[in-house]
Design a binder for this molecule. Structure first.
Ligand code: FAD
Length: 263
């Protein structure tokens, strides 16, 4: 594998730093290439601005259009272009972060905002002129997997747990971003209760992470429905006969066949 590992944690001696080191070592030991974007260590700028896309600050800044233009004319800033080149070289993307306010740390969100712009990551059409998305796109043929530590215990994140189910909390990243871009998204590697980890817990977590990483080529992806796979109508709404009566985020899983409520 050629892995791009994106890490968002400010402290290399953290649990996340430890797990990142263990995981990357395990991959390299098996002969895999690993390129790392350690966002804090790089001093990554997460803020979308005109300069990043070579846009004239005197002109009104329409973000998506300016990004697409800058990409086409080779005017992107070196940091954005550098990340895109890493993505292009990779066949596997690992996104590792602590869950902060039920989502990505801002530095990581800003990595997606700036790097995954129109013309590069979305707004693309296939050979027949069809819009690409959800199962096809610039990451087609690549695999992606999130590695997430969480303070809350596992049961808070169960189907009826107070924090909500992990599949739904990670839906914007896994479905709306990675799958939308065409990647096969593997089930996440989750470490709940991380704030109370003992060194033994951390060792067990590292073992689980190593196993999951080395199994990436053989792991079944999350079975999201493809945009152009026949389950959606021309407005990209689920056809009435697909999981009829089912609503909510789970309805976008092939495994959802229920006829009432959410999957
Ligand atoms: P660290 O703080 O570095 O370590 C966690 C524990 O592991 C420590 O006790 C440490 O001693 C121990 N440890 C054991 N072995 C090792 C080792 N080898 N190396 C390093 N440490 C080790 N949680 C939620 O569930 N939901 C939220 O929405 C949420 N929002 C948050 C928002 C913010 C802004 C913050 C700061 C935290 C939030 N949390 C939330 C908690 C957060 O997810 C956890 O604090 C985080 O996942 C723990 O990972 P870490 O790498 O920062 O751990």
């Amino acid at each position: 594998m050629n892995v791009l590992w994106i890490l968002a944690h400010p402290e290399p001696r953290s649990l996340n730093g430890f797990l990142a080191g263990e995981g990357q070592r395990a991959l390299r030991a098996e002969g895999h290439e690993v390129e790392v974007s350690d966002l804090y260590a790089m001093g990554w700028n997460p803020v979308v601005d005109a300069a990043g896309y070579g846009h004239d600050p005197a002109e009104r800044f329409q973000v998506a259009a300016a990004a697409k233009r800058g990409y086409g004319s080779g005017a992107l800033s070196a940091d954005i272009r550098g990340e895109q080149e890493k993505i292009d070289r990779a066949d596997t993307i690992v996104v590792q972060f602590p869950l902060w306010w039920f989502g990505l740390p801002a530095i990581l969100k800003g990595w997606f905002d700036r790097v995954w712009h129109q013309g590069y990551a979305y707004g693309l059409r296939g050979p027949g002129g069809e819009w690409l998305g959800y199962g096809d796109g610039f990451l087609a043929g690549k695999r992606a997997m999130a590695v997430v530590t969480m303070g809350g215990p596992a049961w808070f994140y169960g189907e009826r747990g107070i924090h909500g189910s992990v599949g739904e909390l990670l839906f914007p990243l896994q479905h709306g971003t990675l799958f939308y871009a065409g990647a096969e998204v593997l089930p996440p590697v989750l470490f709940p209760g991380a704030d109370r980890f003992t060194p033994e817990d951390a060792g067990n977590a590292a073992k689980e992470l190593r196993e999951r990483l080395l199994a990436i080529p053989d792991t079944e992806p999350i079975p999201y429905r493809k945009q152009n796979g026949g389950d959606y109508d021309e407005r990209f709404v689920l056809r009435p006969d697909v999981a009829p009566g089912s609503t909510g985020l789970g309805a976008h899983l092939i495994t959802c066949t229920t006829t009432r409520g959410s999957c």
